[in-house]
Design a protein around this ligand. Structure first.
Ligand SMILES: Nc1ncnc2c1ncn2[C@@H]1O[C@H](COP(=O)(O)OP(=O)(O)OP(=O)(O)O)[C@@H](O)[C@H]1O
Ligand SMILES: [Mg+2]
Length: 359
């Protein structure tokens, strides 16, 4: 079939189509031929590299795209796609540096043909390093915060144990008991933090498995309050509001207890006044509201509080509690939100009474 009289000729049309397809890809693409010439590049590759590659079409790709590997050497010289091993079908994704301090995550595929498996085409795909940089810096921040948070209770545990051993006979019984109490509290804090970290890693990697059974949420609330009170809180600060003596539904009791503990801990640490836990039983859902009479959460912060590390003002803690709360509630098929109500903070949990199908 001969090309139509008007419009692009067939090879040209193919190129137009290739280009259109290339621009649809989520990654930037650069293609070089057997003679190392840059033959094709997508706009996304231009944006990622900051180089107007289309203006260098036909030039040696090594000059047009001067990529440097993390060891400081030229990527093209060390990968050597044209001269190196002819069995190599490409290079795995790696971070490559560009002029002006830019970097990309790039991988190559070698299209070879003929009995000598000569390189016909080199296809490089590239993507932004932003997501990986964010994950790396979040992980580094997590490690730093956690190391810092674990160090002080560990120091106290060690200090008190040393004092007890070195001065055992000089210490009065009430002093010994006081130190043992402090050790127990700090060890409990460490246990809670390590547990929270494990939960975060399970949530982030989708490995959280709920162990659901019939639970009475009022009993869980009472024991969560009991734990806070035995940690030194005034029992008169807590109020439970419910029409019933027992509110049973299907949930993972340990995870639900953790959710409640985190919310009560926040109400004590960041809020003020009476802490009210109100439970309402609906036809399909259970609604639990935990409220306090403190400064509350400004409307502009209501979505941010559930993200990792978010803290309005430093009052101890890691900024992870509400991230875990949301993860666990969502795993139950429920939702958590900050209610718009003046006079303090109110967190509302809405949980299905039966486990949603497939979860
Ligand atoms: N009841 C509340 N009243 C006022 N501000 C709150 C309340 N609960 C949470 N916040 C704000 O939300 C932030 C995030 O809470 P989150 O529980 O995630 O972290 P944290 O309590 O700071 O630390 P962690 O729970 O990891 O020990 C808090 O630092 C605080 O600024
Ligand atoms: Mg918290």
């Amino acid at each position: 079939m001969s090309p139509p009289d008007h419009g692009p000729a067939e090879p040209e049309l193919a190129l137009v189509l290739y280009r259109a397809l290339l621009e649809q890809l989520p990654e930037g693409v650069v293609v070089a031929d057997a003679d190392r010439r840059l033959v094709l590049s997508s706009e996304r590759a231009e944006r990622l590299t900051g180089i107007r590659l289309s203006e260098h079409t036909g030039e040696d790709v090594r000059d047009a795209l001067p990529l440097v590997a993390s060891d400081g050497h030229s990527f093209w010289a060390s990968a050597d796609p044209w001269g190196g091993l002819r069995t190599l079908s490409g290079s795995p994704e790696q971070r490559l540096l560009l002029p002006e301090g830019r970097s990309v995550l790039a991988a190559t595929r070698h299209v070879r043909s003929g009995p000598d498996r000569r390189l016909q085409w080199l296809v490089m795909t590239m993507r932004s390093t932003r997501t990986r940089d964010r994950i790396e810096s979040e992980t580094a921040a997590l490690v730093t915060t956690v190391a810092h948070e674990l160090r002080s209770p560990l120091g106290a545990v060690r200090g008190f144990s040393q004092t007890l051993r070195n001065r055992w006979s000089q210490l009065r019984d009430d002093q010994k008991l006081w130190m043992l109490d402090a050790i127990e509290t700090d060890a409990g804090r460490l246990q809670r933090q390590v547990g929270e970290l494990l939960e975060i890693s399970r949530l982030d990697t989708g490995r959280l498995v709920l162990r659901r059974r019939d639970v009475d949420v009022l009993a869980l609330i009472r024991s969560a309050i009991h734990r806070v009170v035995s940690g030194g809180a005034d029992p008169d600060r807590f109020r439970i509001v419910s029409e019933f003596d027992e509110v049973c539904f299907v949930a993972d009791p340990d995870r639900l207890a953790q959710v409640l503990s985190n919310l009560l801990d926040n109400a004590m640490r960041h809020g003020r006044g009476t802490v009210t836990v109100a439970v309402e039983l609906r036809r399909r859902e259970v609604q639990i509201e935990v409220s306090d009479e403190g400064p509350g959460i400004a409307p502009e912060h209501r979505a941010a509080v559930f993200t990792r590390f978010w803290q309005a003002r430093g009052r101890g803690g890691n900024g992870l509690g509400l991230y875990v709360v949301r993860g666990l509630v969502v795993a139950h098929g429920g939702r958590v939100e900050v209610v718009d109500r003046p006079g303090g903070a109110t967190f509302r949990l809405t949980l299905p009474r039966v486990a949603p199908e497939g979860s």
